[in-house]
Structure formats: structure tokens, C-alpha cells
Design a protein around this ligand. Structure first.
Ligand code: KG4
Ligand code: ZN
Length: 324
């Protein structure tokens, strides 16, 4: 990895408690060229040394995706190099391979980000099949919403982790939704509601308008413990069900310290080989597009007519994509 430049927009969305699509796409327009220049500079590389250009085209916010794709197409056209389109969720799993010499596939892939809580049967880098997901909120979304209820800043994951560090996870016993449903599905909205009621009381004239600050650490710890227990147990079930011995976990929530510890304890006990990227490569970053090397090697380049796919419309990724 020669460079990884991240133009974080957190400060632009702070006041809104979440990403505002129009603000995000305008910021992409302003920042894309400085980011590309900085990446080349940090890598000490000139444009004529580039072999190919990779860009995320799915899933995500349409405006932001279009800015990236337009920039990448322009680079591919002017330098006459191949264009490779990357699925963001797939790239989160591939990021697990960084720092490991041994192959991460085949195995179970688990992506826990702001938009996804997906379990995949990963046969190779370009053949991953969805085997489980959330029926409502994504894991990261649940952290963000719980943080909002507790009056903690966005993004909620790191705020909850920090507040929970001094809290008692057993004072407020939170539900473990679908823990033993027998299926590989998740539901986090009930957990979020449980945090709300424990924090402010049930709806009615006596419900508080904000969470008493002295309750925040224990509530954060209770929420975090419940979310972690569900995520770790579903990973265990998925690996056992498909008779794999490898587990790859990626996405922003995989940066969570107690979650990483719980995963590694479970994997040691169950003799599962755990692949998890360093925390800075779990949250969105440029290096995760390294999956493009695999696609390029497989001849899966895209044409200049490539388009964005904002929704995760296909349950599986890789197999039908990027064929010339
Ligand atoms: O992968 P990511 O950076 O962006 C998306 O693709 O969505 O994930 C962002 C999500 C946010 O919901 C954020 O709150 C969560 O990852 N997150 C965390 C932590 N760091 C980021 N959740 C729990 N603990 C963390 N330390
Ligand atoms: Zn992401």
C-alpha cells in the first residue's frame, strides 16, 4: 500500500447526526481532485506509472458514486488504462487480506458497516453469496442511532465504544434480537428502542426529552454488549453451518475494540481462523479497492458506459459483473 488518502466528511454531517446526500455529493466534487493529487504525491508516483484505475460503483449514495465514477472514467480515457468497478461491500471483505500472506477465501465474510450487516458465503474474491442480513437497521446504523439517543456525537460507533469503556454492561440488560432464530438474520431496531426506553422512559407525558448524563456509560455498555453478542454468535453459526474454518470481518463496526476481542475469543475456542483488518482499514478507506487487482487479473474490466448501482440490488456480487 503506497498511499491511502481519506477525505472524511464527518464534520460536514455532524450537525445533522447522519450523512446528508446533497452535502455529501457537493463535498465529493470539491475534494476529488485534491484527493487524487495527494494520493499520487504520497505514493511518489506519476500518472504515466498507473496500470489501471478502480472505483466504487455500488452500493452507496448516487450523487457521491457518480462523482467518483466520472473522475475514474476520465482517468481511464485520458491515460488509456483499464477501468475496474468495485463493489464497496466486497471491498470491505477483501480488506481482511491486507497484512496476511495466507488466503482468506473460501470462508464466511461478514460486513458490518453503516449500511450493511451482511453474511456471505465467500468462495473466492469474485464469488460471494449473501446468506444472511438485517431485516431493519444495519449494525453501524444502530450504533449511530443509539449514540444519538444518548446525546453522543456522530459517528456513533466510536462514541459508544468510548462511553461504554467506563460503563457496566449488566445494569441495563438489553435484548439479543434473533440470537437463536435458527436463521442467519439480524434485527437491531428493537435494541435501539430498548435503549430509548431505558434512557428516557416509555412514551407518554413522563418520557424525558434527553438522556440523563449519569446513565450514558451504563446504557452505552449495555447496548454494545448486546450488539456484540448477537454479531459474534451469528458469525459462529454461519461458519459452522457452512462447515468453513475461516471468518473474515470488515466494515466500520469491525473497528470496535470489544467486538474484535469477542470475535477472537470465540474463534480461538471454535478453532476458526479469523481475518480482520487493522481498525483503520475497517472503516472506509482507499486501500480496500485493492480487490480490483483480483478483478483485473480475471479480466473483469469495465467499459466507459459503466454506471452506478446505488442500491444493493443483487444479493450476490462478483459473478456477473465487469464482463467486457
Ligand atoms: O464502513 P464504514 O466506514 O462506512 C460504511 O460503509 O457505512 O462504516 C461506518 C459505520 C458507522 O455507522 C460508524 O458508527 C461505525 O461504522 N463505526 C463503529 C466504530 N467505528 C466506526 N462502530 C462501532 N465501534 C467503532 N469503533
Ligand atoms: Zn464502508
Amino acid at each position: 500500500m503506497l498511499s491511502s488518502i481519506i477525505a472524511s466528511q464527518h464534520e460536514l454531517h455532524l450537525d445533522w447526526g447522519g450523512v446528508v446526500p446533497e452535502i455529501a455529493s457537493r463535498a465529493h466534487v470539491r475534494r476529488i481532485l485534491p484527493v487524487i493529487s495527494a494520493a499520487l504525491q504520497q505514493a511518489d508516483c506519476t500518472t504515466d506509472q498507473l496500470t489501471a484505475v478502480a472505483v466504487t460503483t455500488e452500493p452507496g449514495l448516487v450523487g457521491s458514486l457518480l462523482v467518483g465514477l466520472t473522475a475514474a472514467k476520465t482517468i481511464a480515457l485520458t491515460l488509456n488504462i483499464p477501468l475496474i468497478t468495485v463493489n464497496h461491500v466486497e471491498a470491505h471483505i477483501y480488506a481482511c487480506s491486507m497484512g496476511h500472506d495466507t488466503p482468506i477465501y473460501p470462508g464466511i465474510g461478514f460486513v458490518v458497516s453503516g449500511g450493511h450487516t451482511n453474511l456471505y458465503d465467500c468462495r473466492s474474491a469474485s464469488d460471494c453469496r449473501l446468506i444472511g442480513g438485517t431485516t431493519d437497521d444495519a449494525a453501524g446504523e444502530a450504533f449511530d442511532k443509539a449514540a444519538r439517543i444518548l446525546g453522543l456525537p456522530y459517528p456513533g460507533g466510536p462514541s459508544i465504544q468510548q462511553a461504554a469503556a467506563t460503563g457496566n454492561p449488566d445494569r441495563f440488560r438489553m435484548p439479543r434480537p434473533l440470537l437463536h432464530s435458527g436463521k442467519l438474520d439480524f434485527s437491531f431496531s428493537g435494541l435501539k428502542t430498548a435503549v430509548l426506553y431505558a434512557a428516557r422512559g416509555v412514551p407518554g407525558p413522563n418520557q424525558l426529552s434527553s438522556t440523563p448524563p449519569e446513565l450514558v456509560p451504563d446504557l452505552a455498555a449495555g447496548f454494545q454488549a448486546a450488539a456484540i453478542e448477537v454479531m459474534v454468535e451469528k458469525c459462529r453459526q454461519a461458519v459452522r453451518l457452512l462447515k468453513y474454518s475461516r471468518l473474515c470481518v470488515g466494515g466500520g463496526v469491525a473497528a470496535n475494540g470489544p467486538f474484535r476481542q469477542a470475535l477472537s475469543t470465540m474463534c480461538r475456542k471454535e478453532r476458526i481462523e479469523l481475518f480482520i483488518a487493522p481498525p483503520e482499514l475497517c472503516t472506509d478507506n482507499a486501500a480496500m479497492a485493492a480487490v480490483a487487482w483480483e478483478l483485473l487479473a480475471a479480466g473483469r474490466t469495465a467499459g466507459l458506459d459503466a454506471d452506478v448501482l446505488p442500491g444493493l440490488v443483487r444479493p450476490d456480487f462478483g459473478r456477473s459483473r465487469n464482463k467486457k
